[in-house]
Write a protein that binds this ligand. Structure first.
Ligand SMILES: C[S@@+](CC[C@H](N)C(=O)[O-])C[C@H]1O[C@@H](n2cnc3c(N)ncnc32)[C@H](O)[C@@H]1O
Length: 226
């Protein structure tokens, strides 16, 4: 299959504007202190010193959802991955300003980290407003494909949750089709409000707010790992 799990190539920008002095200092000082180590196991004990429920966010953008969730669940551990430098700086600012010791970051491809986790080690995986790749010939680049979903399924605990948010109608249909083909996930929606209204404990992201401002609908999917 020719999807992000196999082609291992990051598309899109990695930086859009130069960093201010304070931001560069965060990247030089705070980022190395809280980065996922490049080698060795990626476990709660290795990252946080003891076992605790783990959450994993793919493409956290500027990090507001990651920070809000980590603030809500201080006894849980959060791993956020994002290749975009200006986004990583946003997350570092939240972590510093809100004093959040329970977040580790990886500046780069989420798949490089998720594959290093032990199987069945994650309680939650978040994929919020993933790059839509709206052209059919780019569909293989979407994160919601069987290659990445195989990895996500392997790393989630039974009963763990995969959350996907999107305001892109093509991506919405595509992701529903992919997830519907899988026997390892159960869609946790019983009525339309379950996917049309942002569930509690699901903080708003920057892309979501932008989408709402443009008048787009947003869809919220919660899938339970069977
Ligand atoms: C449209 S933005 C959404 C950002 C954020 N989740 C939000 O809702 O505001 C998609 C993000 O996914 C990131 N991304 C794309 N491919 C990725 C990958 N393989 N691993 C981690 N992040 C990725 C991009 O850099 C971008 O910041």
């Amino acid at each position: 299959m020719n999807d992000p799990a196999t082609i291992r190539r990051l598309y899109g920008r990695s930086q859009n504007h130069a960093l201010r002095v304070g931001q560069a200092a965060l990247v030089e000082e705070l980022l190395p202190a809280i980065s996922v180590p490049e080698t060795g196991p990626v476990t709660a004990a290795a990252l946080f010193g003891a076992d605790r429920p783990l959450h994993f966010e793919i493409g956290f953008g500027a990090g507001e959802h990651l920070a809000d969730r980590a603030d809500m669940l201080p006894d849980h551990g959060f791993i956020g991955c994002e290749p975009f430098l200006n986004g990583v700086v946003g997350a570092l600012q939240h972590i510093r300003d809100r004093n959040l010791p329970n977040i580790r970051l990886h500046m780069g491809d989420a798949l490089d980290v998720i594959e290093r986790l032990p199987d069945a080690s994650l309680r939650f995986v978040y994929l919020l407003h993933p790059d839509p790749w709206p052209k059919a010939r780019h569909a293989k680049r979407r994160m919601a494909n069987h290659g990445p979903m195989d990895l996500i399924a392997a790393k989630l605990q039974p009963g763990g949750e995969f959350r996907l948010g999107t305001d892109d109608p093509t991506y919405c249909r595509w992701a529903m089709m992919i997830l519907d083909q899988r026997r390892d996930f159960e869609w946790l929606a019983e009525k339309p409000a379950d996917f049309l209204v942002r569930p509690s404990g699901w903080p708003e992201t920057r892309y979501e707010r932008k989408a709402r401002t443009k008048g787009h609908e947003v869809w919220y999917f919660r899938y339970r790992r069977i």
